[in-house]
Structure formats: structure tokens, C-alpha cells
Design a protein. Structure first.
Length: 268
């Protein structure tokens, strides 16, 4: 009967309970510290004051980047500017912001972007992942699919914004990511393929009989024809960085809410 006791009345069951209790307390501290590695310290929206740290705050975690690009540490670059061109819709913490400028350029709401790294996304073997189709690794558009180059681009206001001059493909996924468009003013911009709708049935007529002679054009209803002139441009021709990708995607995404005044109004 006394063999279960370790010292005095301190037995194995009590030891197991204390070990479990200590482990559980340590686990709570560990999980809370890990959850605060990114996005902390807390910052007041109104004053910009940073709240002091606590026992639950952990240090920065380092990540080794591929292709010899070094080490990434969260928040190892300048912090984002919280002085956005907008005012609260009403006086309360967490109130929605009402833009005071051009929200698509200022990055408000659905047009917001992240300050990603200013170098291109790479494939596993270190080549630029998204490139013009002529610079890709032997990628071509199937002859049974629309070639798109030379087609008109019709915007949300039903006006012609320009013509498709090139196709940018993803060499890792073998997908069309962007259409290069030359606007009516001669400026070349990229538009995400996911916001483009291809019209025309001339190729379908080769497979199935059809009497509908629909014109061939690309419709991009995210923004108006005039707003194509303000699409973020590439710094280097033939290369798109992660930062530029985020800016372009955000610009067209924000157009679905801010391109025209009626889009940002309530439905009811």
C-alpha cells in the first residue's frame, strides 16, 4: 500500500496532476506568444500610440526565402501609413471610412493593396513566373481558342478602352493571368484575366452551326474606359513584381465598388 508514495504522502497521482497543470499553463503562454508574432504591437487607430508589450509578446520569427533572397522577418520594413485619405462615417470606434479622394488610387476598401516585395514571383527553378507569352517556356494559345491579340476592349461604360496587344501567362500554372492593353492614348497597361469576358462565336461556328454573328471583343466591366489611363503601370517592361500585381489587382477589384457613383450606393 505504501509503495505508491514517493515522499511522505506525495504519491504518483499527485505528481502526474502537477506535471499536467504545469504543462497546461506553459502551453497557454506559448500559444499566446506565438499568436502575437505578427501584427503586434497593438496600435491605436486615432492617436497612433503603440501599446506597451506584455509577457505574452514574443520576438520576431525569421523565414529563409527561396532562391537565395535572404531572410524575411515580419515588419522588418517600414510600417504602413495609417493616415489614409478618408474620414469615419460616424463618431465611434471601428466606424466605416468614407473616402475623401479617389479610392481606387488611394487603396480604400476593396481597392486596398499590400506593400509586397518589389521583385517578381518566381517558378521553382528560379525563372519569372508571369511573363508575356512570347517569353514563356514554349506556351501557346490553343488554335481552338480565341487568340485575343488585336481585339477591342470594351469597358463598363460600353466605350472602347483600347486593344489587346499581348497575353501574359503563368509559367507554373499554364494559365492566362493578364491581358496587355494599349489604351486609346497609347499607354500600355495590364488587366487581370479574371475580370475579362470574351465575346464572339466565330470559333464556335467551326464546331457547331450558328447564325448569331456576335462581334469579337473583350469586355472588362470593372472600370470605365477613362479609368484605364490610371491603371498602375509597370516599372520595367516585360516584368511584373509582386507589389505591382497587388496594385493592379486592387485597382480593378476596387472598380466594382468605386468605378461609378451608383456602385457605391446602397441597393435598398
Amino acid at each position: 500500500m505504501n509503495a505508491a508514495y514517493i515522499v511522505g504522502t506525495f504519491d504518483v497521482a499527485e505528481l502526474a496532476f502537477l506535471l499536467f497543470f504545469g504543462f497546461f499553463i506553459a502551453l497557454v503562454f506559448y500559444l499566446n506568444r506565438e499568436s502575437r508574432r505578427e501584427g503586434y504591437p497593438l496600435e491605436d487607430e486615432d492617436t497612433g500610440k503603440i501599446h506597451p508589450g506584455s509577457l505574452f509578446d514574443a520576438g520576431k520569427k525569421s523565414f529563409q526565402l527561396p532562391h537565395g533572397r535572404g531572410t524575411y522577418v515580419p515588419e522588418d520594413v517600414a510600417r504602413d501609413d495609417i493616415n489614409v485619405p478618408a474620414v469615419p462615417a460616424f463618431s465611434a470606434a471601428g466606424a466605416a471610412l468614407v473616402p475623401t479622394g479617389d479610392p481606387m488610387i488611394d487603396g480604400m476598401g476593396p481597392a486596398a493593396w499590400a506593400n509586397r516585395s518589389k521583385y517578381p514571383d518566381l517558378t521553382f527553378d528560379g525563372r519569372p513566373r508571369i511573363v508575356p507569352i512570347a517569353q514563356s517556356h514554349e506556351l501557346v494559345v490553343s488554335p481552338q481558342d480565341p487568340q485575343l491579340i488585336g481585339w477591342d476592349v470594351v469597358a463598363a461604360d460600353k466605350q472602347v478602352a483600347g486593344k489587346v496587344t499581348d497575353i501574359w501567362v503563368d509559367q507554373a500554372e499554364h494559365l492566362i493571368r493578364y491581358l496587355e492593353i494599349e489604351t486609346t492614348s497609347g499607354k500600355k497597361v495590364l488587366a487581370p484575366m479574371m475580370v475579362a469576358l470574351v465575346h464572339g462565336n466565330s470559333l464556335l461556328g467551326k464546331i457547331l452551326p450558328t447564325t448569331n454573328d456576335e462581334p469579337e471583343y473583350v469586355e472588362i466591366d470593372a472600370i470605365t474606359a477613362a479609368q484605364f489611363e490610371n491603371v498602375p503601370a509597370l516599372e520595367t517592361a516585360g516584368i511584373i513584381t509582386r507589389y505591382e500585381e497587388d496594385r493592379i489587382q486592387a485597382y480593378f477589384g476596387g472598380g466594382y465598388m468605386y468605378a461609378t457613383p451608383e456602385r457605391s450606393e446602397a441597393w435598398i
